[in-house]
Design a protein around this ligand. Sequence first.
Ligand code: HEC
Length: 129
Amino acid sequence: MMVFSGLLLAASDDKIIERIAPAGSVCVVGDSCAGGLGMASVAANSGSQDPEQTYNTYCVACHASGVNNSPIMGDAAAWQPRIDKGMDTLYENAINGFNNNAMPAKGLCMSCSNEDVMATVDYILSAVQ
Ligand code: HEC
């Protein structure tokens, strides 16, 4: 699923996300659609990093203990109201950052593609679903 390929905001960019490229329209480096927001490219590859490892390297710093009221992995009561917002919103907030970057963009995994971040969100949620 490539519908998030249009999400390219830099970590510092708080603009409302322009959602969402129609499924099937994929920006690649050099396309006019890929250059508008000041970041280099869209990862054309999807999910190249292992979600469990990404969680254990990055997200665990906050989501294991609840730093800044982050929802703790496995805490269904903490996650349910977030799940209720819809997966699109959770993915966007994980990729772009949320609440003045209390949740930092990509959970600080700057080597993660958007797809890697989405896969890691799925991994976190798998503990409560
Ligand atoms: C520096 C601490 C920190 C790190 C690292 C971090 N998070 Fe978060 N995350 C937060 C906080 C704090 C919130 C809650 C923000 C709020 O609701 O105010 C949050 C919320 C979320 C949410 C819910 C967003 C929503 O819309 O409710 C998701 C999904 C999420 N994080 C995924 C991740 C993933 C995936 C990683 C690792 C790649 C990660 N986080 C790393 C602190 C962190």
